[in-house]
Design a protein around this ligand. Structure first.
Ligand code: SAM
Length: 279
């Protein structure tokens, strides 16, 4: 009997050709497919002529279904977890299941593929070296604005999921929390017929989407440029303390020069930090 494995299988986010050959192979070979919505995923499996029995796993039954799936694994059966679209666990169920299966001593193996926010980030032109994936914002405006304000000074690119119902309200709240001049990108209907990736300030994007009802429809990833980092953020605390002590007695250029000799840091970097420059 081959080893029983829980596979985490990414499925397309719109374009069915994005299902990888390995995903097809795994879905075709497992004993059961666990899915968030068995009707929805059933159509995907039927399209590829895959007939594995299905188990429904959603936010409300995940704990109990984890026990059932562990039973299947104990019986030597392999299981694949899929979600409605993209990568399971990313703003989708699966975390409770994966943890329980690993704790029960079974292997969990990823079959990677589509993920809406990775696709959006890669095509956005925004910095991708550091990003903060926030998933869905709270549905209620008060809580949403509070969350956004807490993110206002974060410097990595901010990444959000949004639905057709709340895209306008969320963009309006982002403009309020981050300022309407902050640059952002809205990625809509990725990999589908009406794929649109539009960049602009939050004020511009809001106006653009408001005046075109077509742009309000579908699935969205919203990416917001991170807050500009001040030069001082990259300087060690002790060096900053020395710099500020010297600046109390000396003009900025002299203080920066002396601090550079003491700390070994660059004079210009210390000077920029002193005058509060952003990078
Ligand atoms: N697990 C999925 C993934 O890997 O991206 C995300 C699931 S989450 C429940 C659904 C959200 O993902 C949508 O509301 C939208 O924000 C985003 N999304 C999914 N497909 C998309 C697409 N084709 N274009 C843009 N955003 C998409």
């Amino acid at each position: 009997m081959s080893e029983a494995v829980l596979y985490i299988v990414a499925t397309p986010i719109g374009n069915l050709s994005d299902l990888s050959p390995r995903a097809l192979e795994v879905l075709g070979s497992v004993d059961r497919v666990a899915a968030e919505d068995t009707r929805h995923s059933g159509r995907l499996l039927a399209h590829f002529n895959i007939k594995a029995p299905m188990i429904s796993v959603h936010d409300h039954n995940e704990r109990q279904r984890a026990e059932l799936i562990i039973e299947h694994l104990r019986n030597g059966e392999s299981v694949a977890l899929v979600s409605d679209a993209g990568t399971p666990l990313i703003s989708d169920p699966g975390f409770v299941l994966v943890r329980a299966v690993r704790e029960a001593g079974f292997r969990v193996s990823p079959v990677p593929g589509c993920c809406a926010f990775i696709a959006a980030l890669c095509a956005s032109g925004l910095p991708s070296d550091r990003f903060l994936f926030e998933g869905f914002l709270p549905a209620k405006s008060g809580a949403r604005l509070q969350r956004l304000k807490a993110l206002a000074s974060e410097s990595p690119t901010l990444v959000f999921y949004e639905s057709t119902h709340r895209i306008l309200a969320s963009l309006a709240d982002m403009a309020e929390a981050f300022g309407g001049e902050r640059y952002a990108v809205v990625a809509r209907e990725l990999t589908k017929t009406f794929e649109t990736i539009q960049g602009g300030t939050l004020t511009e994007l809001l106006a653009w989407i408001e005046q075109d009802p077509m742009q309000q429809k579908g699935e969205f990833v919203v990416l917001v440029q991170g807050a500009p980092q001040s030069v001082a953020d990259n300087i060690d605390g002790e060096a900053l303390r020395i710099l500020h002590l010297l600046a109390e007695e000396l003009p900025p250029k002299k203080a920066a020069g002396l601090a550079a000799s003491i700390t070994g840091l660059k004079k210009n970097q210390l000077y920029q930090a002193l005058i509060g420059r952003s990078e």
